[in-house]
Design a protein around this ligand. Structure first.
Ligand SMILES: [Zn+2]
Length: 476
């Protein structure tokens, strides 16, 4: 069966019926079919239901039948905050303080990247994304969008690509510090014109704001207006550290941090994807909810460098919260599967820290699964087409094999997906109706080739940027 999927490219109008699966739809009624089937024609889901009904309904069309033998079928997972450009920087800034992280490692690294580096970095990152079940991601803002777009085209998954944009701040590399607001906006409009809706509609272009301390007011408001004009999203790091809020209070005349200021300049809108959003008070949670801002919660990066975001309060207030990995230098693992597990744990742990007592009911598995699927789709403004297995949506889905040491026995399949599943349990992945990974083999590229390219490119890049990672032990 697996060989068939790899070796026989399907004709455009072939009907594929994936059956005998536990189908977790993530639709608005939270339907799960114990013995379900999903029918795909072209790039679209045309039916979802009980296996028996579906097979008899579609038998006259001679469908391509794929028996999943009780494996789980889910919507593709969505990573709403990932720095694909930083994949070649994995391990260059572990266990260092934030200023060293930024000024001595990450900025020199990113400012020395070539277009080819961005391409290779995104390919490498993409392999990890695909292996962790991701069919769509939101780039957090990186270098050379054209390199990222080339890689996404080849990888076969979906992405909202964003350029890293800054026009102010201390310690910026010279090549970034001299950009005018007009240049920042125009270059993004050019990228939009060139790449938006390319790769069979899999690529969308967003506007980027790295963070408020690196943005003038002029840049913030021009970005707000340009995104509105092109009807696209804005991706921005928001309220990451206490110093950021202090900086905003001191220089921008508001009584609390970034969220309060963004409300004042009308940047808090439903097309804003706010990453991290850790240091927000009760009033600001209300502002996020009222304005329909989407929040990307990145649990590993939070524990690594930032702090505990009030996710429970945001969800209670109706904020759409999704999940992100952040970049390799602040997380190391680009696995949304790990983030699902961590999201539940960090927020349970935060209750103890906050209230002095435990509450294991916080962020239950079904909520975490929503964050990684349908909320992810809402966060990237793509929920009419992806995020759940429903008729009319794009065929983005993953097959999970629970028959292994990590998941057996399965008494509660939803909790098992969040607390037990490892990336190794994800065996196949389809995006836009095409198989991208089958039986753990990625079909769209040669992984070994990418590893060699990545090793060489990262070595040259660190040398060019003058970055030296200190030895921790006595190497002989
Ligand atoms: Zn980030």
């Amino acid at each position: 069966m697996e060989e068939e999927r790899q070796q026989q490219p399907l004709k455009e109008n072939t009907v594929i019926v994936l059956h005998d699966a536990l189908v977790v739809t993530m639709d608005s009624q939270n339907r799960v079919y114990r013995n379900g089937a999903v029918v795909v024609r072209g790039d679209t889901i045309v039916a979802v239901g009980q296996s028996e009904d579906i097979i008899s309904q579609f038998s006259s069309l001679s469908p391509h039948l794929i028996n999943l033998h009780g494996q789980f079928l889910l919507p593709g997972l969505i990573n709403t905050h990932v720095h694909t450009s930083q994949q070649l920087a994995r391990g260059i800034a572990d266990d260092v303080d934030l200023l060293t992280w930024l000024h001595d490692r990450i900025w020199p690294y990113e400012s020395n990247m070539t277009e080819e580096d961005s391409y290779i970095s995104t390919l490498l990152c993409g392999i990890e994304l695909i292996r962790s079940g991701v069919t769509c991601f939101a780039e957090a803002g990186g270098q050379h969008v054209s390199g990222m777009a080339r890689a996404v085209e080849r990888l076969g998954i979906r992405a909202c690509l964003t350029q890293s944009v800054m026009d102010a701040g201390e310690g910026l590399p010279a090549s970034w510090a001299n950009r005018s607001v007009e240049e920042c906006i125009q270059s993004q409009k050019d990228l939009y014109k060139k790449h938006h809706n390319t790769a069979d509609g899999r690529i969308r272009i967003w506007f980027g704001l790295r963070q408020i301390m690196n943005s003038t007011d002029h840049l913030l408001t021009e970005t707000r207006d340009a995104a509105k004009e092109l009807n696209t999203g804005i991706h921005m790091h928001v309220a990451e550290i206490p110093y950021e809020n202090k900086h905003v209070v001191e220089r921008r005349g508001v009584d609390h941090g970034t969220v309060t200021y963004l409300e004042k300049i009308k940047l808090l809108q439903s097309n804003l994807l706010a990453a991290h959003t850790v240091w927000v008070d009760e009033n600001e949670v209300g502002l996020l909810s009222k304005s329909g801002v989407k929040v990307s919660h990145c649990p590993a990066a939070a524990m690594h460098m930032l702090g505990f975001a009030p996710i429970r309060e945001m969800i209670d207030a109706g904020v759409c919260v999704s999940l992100g990995t952040d970049g390799a230098p602040s997380n190391n693992r680009m696995s949304i599967v790990d983030e699902m597990y961590l999201a539940s744990l960090i927020n349970k742990g935060r209750e103890v820290f906050k209230k002095g007592t435990t509450d294991p009911t916080v962020l239950p598995a079904e909520t975490v699964l929503e964050m990684a699927t349908i909320n992810g789709a809402k966060s990237v403004l793509w929920d009419k087409e992806i995020g759940s297995l429903e008729v009319g949506k794009k065929a983005d889905m993953i097959v999970v094999n629970p028959y292994s040491w990590s998941m057996m026995p399965v008494h509660d399949c939803i909790s098992s997906l969040v607390y037990c599943m490892r990336t190794e349990n994800i065996t196949s992945l389809m995006c836009n109706g095409h198989w991208i990974m089958v039986d753990k083999k990625i079909l769209t590229l040669n992984e070994e080739e990418v590893m060699i390219m990545a090793k060489n490119a990262s070595h040259d890049l660190l040398k060019r940027a003058g970055i030296r990672v200190p030895s921790r032990m006595h190497f002989l």
